[in-house]
Design a protein around this ligand. Structure first.
Ligand code: ZN
Length: 189
């Protein structure tokens, strides 16, 4: 069951007319979630986000990915979520312009892959190019579960989650919530 509403608002990038569409979608094991898409045809600005429909407790979710089956663990990533894969040295910080999505671990790796690939690196130094190439190779191996790695999702507002049997869930302490929120404010300004 899906209900969508659309409205026209100012594009945050070009101040033209952008269409904001919001839908409430039920995510199994997580609950009702608000999916939003802001799209501007004039400048091609396109931002997706997902957040919980209700107040949720702040949690840290983690999952050890060690087989192809584990790649089907689901992830709810909000603009307020921090996503970490320590074995790949990857850390996605929360930001208002950070894309939100609902996918699985394979989908997450595809999105990371894309975002690393689309950057213009023509001016970059040889060392940086090599590092990026190595990272893309490592992501490719991770997509085939060639080595075990950990995915961690932290969200001070409870908007983000990992969903699956192997997922560990622990409540964030007040101190951790404070630090995540402070970091978020710092990154926004
Ligand atoms: Zn625009």
């Amino acid at each position: 069951m899906e209900k969508s509403v659309s409205m026209v608002i100012d594009c945050p990038q070009c101040k033209g007319k952008a269409v904001l569409t919001e839908s409430i979608i039920e995510i199994p094991l997580f609950g009702k979630s608000l999916f939003s898409n802001l799209r501007c045809n004039k400048c091609n600005f396109n931002l997706n986000d997902v957040s919980s429909d209700s107040e949720k407790e702040p949690f840290r979710f983690s999952a050890k990915i060690s087989s192809e089956k584990d790649l089907t663990v689901k992830i709810v990533k909000s603009s307020t979520s921090t996503v970490k894969i320590p074995e790949l040295g990857i850390r996605i910080e929360p930001a208002p312009a950070s894309q939100g999505y609902f996918t699985n671990i394979e989908g997450l790796l595809n999105k990371i892959d894309e975002s690393i690939s689309v950057f213009a690196f023509s001016e970059e130094e040889k060392d940086a190019k090599n590092l990026r190439k190595k990272l893309l190779q490592k992501i490719q191996e991770a997509k085939n579960a060639k080595f075990p790695f950990t995915v961690i999702v932290e969200d001070p507002f409870g908007n983000g989650a990992l969903l699956g049997k192997k997922v560990k869930k622990e409540k964030l302490s007040e101190k951790e919530v404070f630090e995540l929120k402070t970091r978020m404010n710092f990154l926004e300004h």
